[in-house]
Design a protein around this ligand. Sequence first.
Ligand SMILES: Cc1ncc(COP(=O)(O)O)c(C=O)c1O
Length: 390
Amino acid sequence: MAFDLSTRLAERRAADLYRQRPLLQSPQGPQVVVDGQPLLAFCNNDYLGLANHPDVIAAWRAGAERWGVGGGASHLVIGHSGPHHDLELALAELTGRPRALLFSTGYMANIGAVTALVGQGDTVLQDRLNHASLLDAGLLSGARFNRYLHNDAASLANRLEKATGNTLVVTDGVFSMDGDIADLPALARVARAKGAWLMVDDAHGFGPLGANGAGIVEHYGLGIDDVPVLVGTLGKAFGTAGAFVAGSEDLIEALVQFARPYIYTTSQPPALACATLKSLELLRREQWRREHLASLIRQFRHGAEQIGLRLVDSFTPIQPILIGDAGRAVRLSQMLRERGLMVTAIRPPTVPAGSARLRVTLSAAHSEAQVQLLLNALADCYPLLEPNNA
Ligand SMILES: Cc1ncc(COP(=O)(O)O)c(C=O)c1O
């Protein structure tokens, strides 16, 4: 029978891969209520603790009073309002690029940028651990699509030998499920030598990385010639929603003309842009958030190493605990939950088979005492997991 969904769902359940949506009954933050249970959470991407910041909320409220609620139309019709424009100017300034273009989500920014830049006869090369939105964008573009070994410039160079047409090399800045960062200087060197463009999706780098929080390109000190296409998202460290592409005048004009997820959608609510402008101001003004976060990351890594947990070589707020088998990862997550902690298990197909993990994320909103509670709970629960038979 066609559309035998119940069999597909049963198979997913049997493989420990069934997904469920926890119901959040509180604002985002370290202390949440999920499905009626108060929990200490270590799994959102609110790295700087801005998602529930009173000044950001006030900016949103004032924005709604001044601009109303809905965007009302697409940007090219009559939906491009003052706050969108101001936010684009601020994002261009933050990234040191001539211009920035606001998208409604990171998923759309990635699909829009890749499909506007390459098509049939061209080539798109991606890190094999790139975010799903980038991989989907590559497939959708119609360009020849190949993946290179994770963070491996030699493997990229090898793939570039066979590239045809305009060639776009695409990488996460901070890898979303691993927390390690791309070796951008090496990737940029290899790409430039072949006349390819490098596109970096720094969804998880903006905020935590760089002297001013301007992400991985600031961390490495790379300019627009190294990274001509720079993507950032606003729903993570900035605490709001949306995304942007930053780059040259021509790049942004080309996206306005050809990026379908930009053209054929209603603009984000202008009040949201007002809220994000406030987040940017807090990023600049409250340097302590980034410093506190960095110190929590060191505390967590030190404690986790003492317990003997398998970590990834990451200095970012994403600190996965590698488990392997999906069932074991889910059981560890459940044991933590019984102790009042929430850390989500990440399983295939989000990560490669046999590499299920608990994706711990840290935020400037956490305290040292809360990180210690997590470490204590992990020290109790981890030894109770049965041996890995994956
Ligand atoms: C690396 C990366 N890129 C893009 C996205 C998508 O961004 P958005 O949530 O704004 O659609 C995400 C996660 O959501 C991500 O982790």
